[in-house]
Design a protein around this ligand. Structure first.
Ligand code: NAI
Ligand code: MG
Length: 784
């Protein structure tokens, strides 16, 4: 049967372009403004290569003006309050629905994506996102009362889902009381400009939303602007790295949604016809230009040939063509440069021995089209099995056993999403927690909703968008403002000689604590520790790079801690508290050696015991939620530990700060490598014996004493460290954030500001647990 064309009319979109005379300026401070650069660039329709409009190119001065407008608008927007902001977000949602067809047609023309997708998926999700966040705006003061807005947010988005990415960025930012400057991608600015018009129409106060256009240079000016408080970015991992490095040590918050190479795992008992439709949605939706595309097909060997045959059969029937034709399945690739990337990688796949298959028909020639492509016989190390292609190219590999499937799935630098296909629920739910990815779809794929968080593990970036978990990217703890750059270093000259008389003498050298054993430092050197009066009282091991590596290895080996139940972990923590209580006097005396009065030392020890109780309590209570998503799924939002976490303790509060950071981290199932206070490490090394007598499995807590910034640099550069908390200097913070860009490890640094560890909120808060975990959303079919 031949299909006829079923074109969607471009006339309303063309009228809108004509009304604007085919030329668009920048939108900031509530007005359309001509760019100071006087430069404009073309945006094309990739399905016919025709120019649609001229778009202003903002330079650094334009960016500065837009940021200033956002900053000026901030106080009033904050003062407007939760309900006022909710009203505006609701109005935006309504307005998008009213203009939904215009948005859909314009999106398809500018991006090349099929009208069926922009009409039925992108734009409805955009409206849904604003409605959902109108609700969060309303509830902010009750649901997030310890938190406040961050300030001016710079948002930089890609071209694959232009308006949807705008919604994902702007809705939560405004809902939490921030103002924004957003830059769409240079290939697809039009719907963002229509959105700016709509903000004007509903009377959104000037400066709350500012839309500026331009390419990477404009983006870089936004990133580097000193008045920007946070950057939210979606795009390539390379640019994500640039942003991580550019903002290191500045105190700017960032969230990064980067690339992926997501596995689509098919077990032999899967329903293969559903699988084939799943594959179509996974890799041919939006021409495969989807960050979470199921681009690696992992098939159980026994069914591989049968599945490939079915897929090829289906591919033969897919239709590629004009984005406004309602009967096409695959539209145009966004731009010639992207088409070249795809062609080059496919050629490389062939050169490296992959078996490439494409349908017998050929693509139309008027636009930038690429046919659906399947590679089989690909080795896991091949370029096309590792690198994100961002096009309609599926790369298939086989596995024999379930463990092999998991290994293959995790054999990637990325961790954005995964899709698991099997009729066996036990198998699906056994595999889901073992895959390192932010979203796991069971017997479905590429399902999204505003109520669910979305975001990556590893080099897919960090932060979540959507769901309650996404809101935390746009708020900060109110107590953060009380942290000060002033140093309250350990008191000098206050220690009395007598207070140390019954403690071990100088000849005792404390070793390192690695894998549950006290070990000598690799260097063979030690560090002399002085008391508050400046007298040498002990020596500790001088740890080095090798010791950190051994500690990281030991932490990795202690994986069973992570699979223990929260209850079982809590028992160990209570036991630690109990043993600390029994030896309270000894710990008090130790603190007194470093200048604390007896009262203060007693207080620090008893608070430490109390903190351990708090996090033991949380161990089985800090749990996830089931999101109310639109589709027939239960969407489980599960907090998972980061894995192996480095913790660099501050100088002050040598016992309390150690306990306040290490205990929440391990309560959540992380294994840690800790660098204790450099000048007063003895409270930490005294804990060895407590850990040994409290059934804490070896390798869960590893302690390496030595020069703090030297050791933390090793942790920051270590690829097998998943996260790093650092409470030290501003320079140290910068170094850590910079180094972390390499493997995109999660960092939490203090920019040289001290918190008062004895103050609850600063020293004890759910926030510690949030930083020790990341949310995985698991979508499971449910109900009718
Ligand atoms: P890109 O990362 O260069 O562009 C994304 C956005 O960042 C655009 O708005 C761009 O103008 C801006 N940008 C570029 N350089 C910047 C800089 N130095 N500082 C600040 N902003 C900057 O992505 P591109 O070049 O369009 O696509 C290249 C590859 O990136 C694709 O082939 C794909 O693999 C990946 N990608 C991933 C996306 C995702 O959703 N995770 C989306 C788009 C691309
Ligand atoms: Mg375009």
């Amino acid at each position: 049967m031949e299909y006829g064309v079923a074109p969607e009319s471009p006339s309303a979109a063309n009228e809108w372009l004509e009304k604007n005379k085919g030329k668009f300026n920048l939108y900031f401070d509530g007005k359309w403004q001509t760019p100071l650069s006087k430069k404009y660039f073309d945006t094309i329709n990739p399905a016919n290569k025709k120019t649609l409009a001229k778009i202003a190119e903002a330079n650094a001065t334009d960016v500065d003006k837009a940021v200033k407008a956002a900053k000026k608008a901030l106080p009033k927007w904050v003062k407007l309050g939760a309900h006022g902001r909710a009203r505006y977000l609701y109005a935006i949602a309504r307005q998008i629905q009213k203009h939904s067809r215009l948005f859909a047609v314009l999106e398809s023309m500018d991006n090349g994506k099929p009208i069926r997708e922009s009409r039925d998926i992108d734009i409805p999700l955009v409206a849904r996102h604003f409605y959902h966040h109108a609700g969060w705006a309303q509830l902010r003061d009750t649901e997030l009362k310890d938190y406040k807005e961050i300030g001016v947010i710079a948002q930089i988005i890609p071209w694959n889902f232009p308006l949807l990415m705008l919604a994902w960025k702007i809705a939560p930012a405004l809902a939490m009381g921030n103002t924004v400057v957003l830059k769409p991608a240079e290939f697809t600015s039009l719907t963002a400009l229509l959105f700016a018009e709509l903000c004007d129409e509903i009377g959104l106060p000037a400066g709350v939303v500012n839309i500026i256009t331009g390419d990477g240079k404009t983006g870089a000016a936004m990133v580097n602007h000193p008045s920007v408080d946070k950057i939210a970015f979606t795009g390539s991992t390379d640019v994500g790295r640039i942003i991580r490095r550019a903002t290191a040590g500045t105190g700017k918050k960032i969230s990064l949604e980067l690339g992926g190479k997501s596995p689509f795992i098919v077990f032999e008992d899967a329903d293969l016809d559903s699988v084939v439709e799943g594959v179509v949605d996974a890799i041919w939706f939006n021409q495969g230009q989807v960050c979470c595309a199921g681009s690696r097909l992992l098939v159980q060997e026994s069914i591989a040939e049968r599945l490939y045959a079915k897929i090829r059969n289906r591919m033969e029937k897919l239709r590629v063509g004009d984005s406004l034709d309602k009967s096409i399945d695959i539209g145009a690739i966004v731009a010639p440069v992207q088409l070249q990337v795809i062609e080059k990688l496919v050629q490389q796949g062939v050169d490296e021995g992959g078996n490439m298959w494409q349908p017998s028909w050929s693509c139309p020639v008027e636009g930038y089209f690429y046919p659906p492509t399947l590679f089989t016989d690909v080795t896991p190390a091949a370029t096309i099995a590792q690198v994100e292609i961002f096009g309609p190219v599926l790369v298939a590999m086989t596995f024999r056993t379930h463990p092999e499937a998991i290994r293959l799935a995790n054999n990637t630098r990325y961790g954005l999403a995964a899709s698991i296909w099997t009729e066996n629920i036990n198998l699906a739910l056994d595999v889901a927690p073992k895959i390192k990815a932010g979203t796991v779809w069971i017997n479905c794929t590429n399902v999204f909703d505003a109520a669910s968080g979305f975001g990556g593990y590893r080099e897919s970036g960090f932060g979540r968008e959507g769901g309650k978990e996404g809101l935390y990217e746009y708020v900060k703890l109110r107590s953060e403002e009380s942290h000060t750059a002033k140093k309250t270093a350990l008191k000098k000259n206050a220690a009395s000689e007598s207070s140390s008389s019954d403690l071990p003498a100088i000849d005792r050298t404390t070793k390192l604590y690695v894998g549950g054993k006290q070990v000598r430092p690799d260097s063979g050197y030690s560090l002399t520790i002085k008391n508050g009066a400046g007298k040498s009282i002990a020596t500790v091991g001088l740890g080095n790079r090798k010791d950190i590596r051994n500690a990281v290895e030991a932490a990795h080996a202690a994986e069973s801690w992570t699979s223990m139940s929260g209850h079982a972990r809590a028992q160990v923590l209570y036991y630690i508290a109990e043993n600390l209580y029994i030896r309270e006097d000894e710990f008090i005396k130790r603190l007194m050696q470093f200048g604390l009065s007896k009262t203060d030392a007693s207080k620090e020890v008893s608070m430490s015991i109390e903190r351990i109780y708090t996090y033991a309590a949380y161990a089985d209570k800090y749990d996830g939620s089931v999101h109310h998503t639109l589709s027939r799924n239960v969407t489980l939002a599960m907090p998972e530990p980061l894995g192996v976490l480095g913790i660099v303790c501050p100088e002050e509060a040598p016992l309390l700060a150690f306990v306040s950071s290490v205990i929440p981290a391990i309560a959540m199932g992380n294994r840690v490598v800790v660098v204790p206070s450099e000048t007063a490490p003895l409270s930490a090394t005294d804990l060895y014996q407590i850990f040994e007598t409290s059934d804490l499995p070896g390798g869960v807590v590893n302690i390496v004493t030595g020069v703090r910034d030297e050791l933390s640099a090793v942790l920051a550069n270590h690829d097998d460290v998943d996260g790093l908390w650092y409470f030290g200097t501003l320079e140290g913070s910068k170094l850590i954030e910079n180094a972390a860009a390499e493997n995109m490890k999660r960092t939490w640094v203090n920019f040289g500001k001290q918190r008062d560890w004895s103050e609850n909120h600063a020293g004890e808060h759910e926030f510690f647990l949030r930083n020790a975990t990341q949310i995985k959303n698991i979508w499971i079919p449910y109900g009718e």
